[in-house]
Design a protein around this ligand. Structure first.
Ligand code: GLY
Length: 356
């Protein structure tokens, strides 16, 4: 796996991207940029003006958010690529958050049995998680990421100025994904992020952005060790077994919440079970809950809702032998994968999650 990572440094990450795209490996390649309405307005002009190799690129716009991640959208994009004369030497550039890189990566993985693609994440979740590691997917029947491929990007270009274009709720979403990453590897950094996020009414962008390189390096090292999620990569699903099911269920119920907020609630459930089942420190759980409730509010989870959420958890890709499996923590930095949780424990954790 040879994904290149362009971090901002003395030379900007966009300049490094331009250098790569004007090099020998991309001679004669056609470039196709996938955007959504937000990145079309706020990020595409910056990209085109700073990366001269993309002056002639075509762009395709997909719907904002999870709506982009469908087989219908993928089919439209494949058709548009064919109509534009794309070939096996063509390159897709995904300019957006996790939904754009998921659908763009999926389309790249399928087109002509696989073409190259590059992620240029514009959200915090994208920068520290979704753009890294080659997971691509679409949703099926409200269930998240049910059909997809592992297809690694050629490069991930991190231009943190794009974060200034985010709405507050998207930044909050990213903070939960960041909390997840740091819970897996670094207690002082985890506590530092919680302090920053709960210290004032507005999340300080620069402070949060300073943790991006550490999160990227951590995810990169995990993915390199286990690109196809046979073992260690499973730790990255912390918060997601509950989070994805909550997200899918609320979407079905017509009360959609952003992915990162669902992960935030999922983390609360999984930290609660970590205390209960693996003896993780309760202070960590309490500290986390204070920040969660400072940053967002979410719908009450009733007994009826728990059954709906459970039905999504039974479909989770990580389950085996009919057991619902989850990542829990013994302590910060000590995750345990494939912990079986029974349905009553799930109901208990979900009902606790909506209590302040
Ligand atoms: N978002 C979890 C992973 O990439 O494995």
């Amino acid at each position: 796996m040879n994904t290149k990572y362009f971090f901002p440094s003395r030379i900007s990450s966009l300049a490094k991207l331009n250098r790569m795209l004007t090099g020998e490996d991309y001679k004669g390649s056609k470039f196709f940029i996938i955007v959504d309405e937000n990145t079309y307005t706020h990020c595409l002009p910056v990209l085109i003006s700073r990366v001269s190799a993309l002056e002639q690129a075509e762009f395709f716009e997909v719907p904002v958010g999870e709506e982009a991640k469908s087989l219908e959208v993928a089919t439209q994009l494949w058709g548009a690529l064919l109509d534009s004369g794309a070939d096996r030497n063509s390159v897709i550039l995904n300019l957006g958050g996790g939904c754009v890189s998921d659908i763009g990566g999926f389309v790249a993985a399928g087109f002509k049995r696989g073409i190259r693609y590059i992620n240029i994440p514009t959200t915090l979740i994208g920068m520290i998680d979704a753009a890294i590691g080659g997971k691509t997917a679409v949703n099926v029947e409200n269930a998240k990421n049910q059909v997809g491929f592992f297809h690694q990007p050629e490069a991930v270009c991190l231009h943190s100025d794009f974060l200034a274009t985010l709405e507050p709720k998207d930044l909050v979403s990213g903070v939960f994904e960041m909390a997840k990453t740091l819970l897996l590897c670094d207690k002082p950094a985890f506590e530092g992020v919680l302090k920053l996020a709960s210290g004032s009414a507005k999340i300080p962008l620069d402070g949060i952005a300073s943790y991006i390189p550490q999160c990227v390096d951590f995810k990169k090292s995990v993915v390199e060790a286990d690109p196809r999620e046979k073992s260690i990569r499973k730790i990255l699903n912390l918060g997601h077994t509950f989070g994805h099911a909550i997200e899918s269920y609320l979407n079905e119920k017509g009360q959609p919440i952003p992915h990162g907020i669902a992960v935030g609630i999922g983390l609360k459930c999984e930290l609660y079970l970590s205390v209960k089942k693996l003896g993780m420190s309760k202070e960590i759980y309490d500290e986390y809950c204070r920040t969660l409730h400072h940053l967002c509010s979410f719908p009450d989870i009733t007994l009826k809702d728990t059954e709906g959420i459970l039905s999504y958890m039974r479909q989770d890709k990580k389950n085996a032998d009919g057991l619902i499996l989850c990542v829990l923590l013994q302590e910060v930095g000590a995750p345990v994968i494939d912990v079986a949780i029974d349905e009553n424990e799930i109901r208990d954790a979900l009902l606790k999650a909506s209590k302040f």
